[in-house]
Design a protein around this ligand. Structure first.
Ligand SMILES: [Zn+2]
Length: 148
């Protein structure tokens, strides 16, 4: 009896999903975002986050039940392109010795500026205001301004 019911349910589900788009990487990403928002919301309890969560869930459901498979595939392609871009950016930031990594690491003590003459990136001790710097590479002087 139970097996029959499950089999029936499965058949109905398969028939229902026939010709529909289903689940893809973008759906998965939306689900992950939803879980993250849920975790955040269990602490902050913001109705705005709650609404955003429902919108994301609705969008996810709409996408997987959609019959416009071509359009959904295009969306997923765009998402994958974006995701690759993020991954590359992140790996560049993570690389020790990369300018961005050093910039973040030294943010309290140093500022990085490009010499306008020879384009060398210089690591300058953080000193607020305007001052002149002698480039150690081309020995020309240029002005820098450090806001904060
Ligand atoms: Zn220079």
């Amino acid at each position: 009896m139970y097996g029959d019911f499950m089999g029936n349910f499965r058949n109905k589900l398969i028939r229902f999903m026939y010709g529909r788009y289903g689940f893809d990487q973008l759906c998965f990403a939306l689900l992950v975002v939803c879980f993250i928002l849920m975790a955040i919301n269990s602490v902050v309890r913001s109705p705005v986050i709650g609404i955003i969560m429902w919108i994301i869930l609705a969008w996810m459901t709409f996408r997987s039940l959609s019959k416009n498979i071509y359009k959904r595939q295009k969306e997923n392609e765009k998402f994958l392109k974006f995701w690759n871009f993020v991954k590359i950016k992140w790996s560049v930031i993570k690389t020790k010795g990369s300018i961005t990594y050093r910039r973040i690491k030294d943010i309290k003590t140093h500022r990085y500026r490009k010499c306008p003459h020879c384009k060398a990136v210089l690591r300058l001790p953080k000193k607020r205001g305007r001052h002149a710097v002698d480039c150690p590479r081309c020995h020309k002087e240029f002005k820098v301004r450090v806001w904060m």
